[in-house]
Design a protein around this ligand. Sequence first.
Ligand SMILES: C[S@@+](CC[C@H](N)C(=O)[O-])C[C@H]1O[C@@H](n2cnc3c(N)ncnc32)[C@H](O)[C@@H]1O
Length: 262
Amino acid sequence: MLVDEAAASGSEKEPPRNLLPRKASSYGDHRYWDARFETEEHYEWLKEYSYFEHLIRPYLRSTHSILELGCGNSRLSEGLLAEGVNDITCIDLSAVAVQRMRCRLNEKGLQGIQVIQADMLELPFKSESFDLVIEKGTMDVLYVDSGDPWNPRSETVCRVMKMLKGVHKVLKLDGIFISISFGQPHFRRRQFEAPYFTWSVETKTFGEGFHYFFNILKKGRRSLDDKKVSTECCTVPRISLFHDDLDDENFLFRFDIDELGI
Ligand SMILES: C[S@@+](CC[C@H](N)C(=O)[O-])C[C@H]1O[C@@H](n2cnc3c(N)ncnc32)[C@H](O)[C@@H]1O
């Protein structure tokens, strides 16, 4: 973890090496996360709320109902609660994450956040249930064993499309999906901009040195008849191989460990 991240969040130090999976594909396996969350109290993937609050605030209303995908042991939902939104649903595949998050919220006496064990590929919600759906580092899990990022495996694309279709369905007609990722936009846009979806796609960045991507998808802003997929170029910051972030676990997502034969 970056020194500035640890200092700013006051969170735990970098996770012990024994919490790292042996295979990248384990990031999609609830048994990996269950075991990890048994001992890990808090690890904020990418960056904590204060780093991107200026980007999210314009989209928040106190009346909103919000769904967070793959909450893990993150405090993102507490940040949203502090903004005055008190209808927040967090889901995670891991029963341990769900149990521990419920306990944490209970101990803090926080109300307005419900935590449910659910798979983001099979969202158990009715159509048009949420004003805003948010995920941080969770969609990236679907890409860990994608192979060539320019031509991801068809299984990867199928899983991503299944997730996105579920998100699109549970969003209200003018709802917004916010996807916070270290996956560079040109690797995400082909799925985000698939003709099936009516959302517009915009990407902002945050972070110093190394950039994280804040994707804003506004439902109903693109006609289903408009099959044009944007060919707009994204300006992507260069990745410095000497940056501290390379020590961070997040960097693992850029490799297919299985293929490295480690
Ligand atoms: C990289 S962590 C991100 C955690 C948190 N969002 C954060 O920012 O710190 C990925 C999380 O997604 C969860 N997850 C993985 N696959 C999932 C799925 N199919 N449905 C729901 N959650 C999933 C994991 O249990 C884990 O908590």
